[in-house]
Design a protein around this ligand. Structure first.
Ligand SMILES: [Cu+2]
Length: 156
């Protein structure tokens, strides 16, 4: 587990972003595809999972710029299945399926490719996020449905 300092505002912003992206992709009657993607924010913070809100923490204390990319889990597939990102990028997976999924790194079932990359069981609407800090080619899959595969390529 990557125990990096979390900033509550960043977490909230990411959640809002994810919701906006999700709404843009699937929301009925909102008038078209998600052009909101063009406003991908750069947050000058890193985030942690399960951090309690600490609004008094100044956002300016951090030195790293984080960008966020979303992958949807839909129709028992990862969208996009392959994604290339620079180091430091946080990927947020959102399960839109009614069946649960569980992300883990390849190979199945050892999950030794990137042991830290493992989610809880994601029910519909659940999200999992992971920040990729090192370059490499990271294959992953759904531990419940191992034929579901995806790749994150981290390169400068
Ligand atoms: Cu699955």
């Amino acid at each position: 587990m990557n125990e990096r300092t979390g900033i509550a505002w960043a977490g909230a912003a990411i959640l809002v972003l994810a919701l906006v992206l999700a709404a843009g992709c699937t929301g009925p009657g909102t008038g078209g595809p998600g052009t909101v993607v063009t406003t991908t924010p750069s947050l000058a913070v890193t985030t942690g999972i399960g951090e309690s809100p600490t609004p008094e923490d100044p956002v300016t204390e951090t030195t790293e710029v984080e960008s966020v990319v979303e992958v949807l889990i839909r129709n028992s597939a990862f969208e996009p299945a392959s994604l290339t990102i620079p180091p430091g990028t946080t990927v947020i997976w959102t399960n839109e399926d009614t069946v649960p999924h569980l992300l883990a790194s390849d190979p199945h079932p050892a999950h030794t490719g990137l042991p830290e990359l493992v989610s809880d069981t994601l029910s519909q609407g659940d999200m999992y996020r992971f920040t990729f800090t090192k370059t490499g080619n990271y294959g992953y899959h759904c531990d419940i449905h191992p034929s579901m595969t995806g790749t994150i390529v981290v390169e400068e």
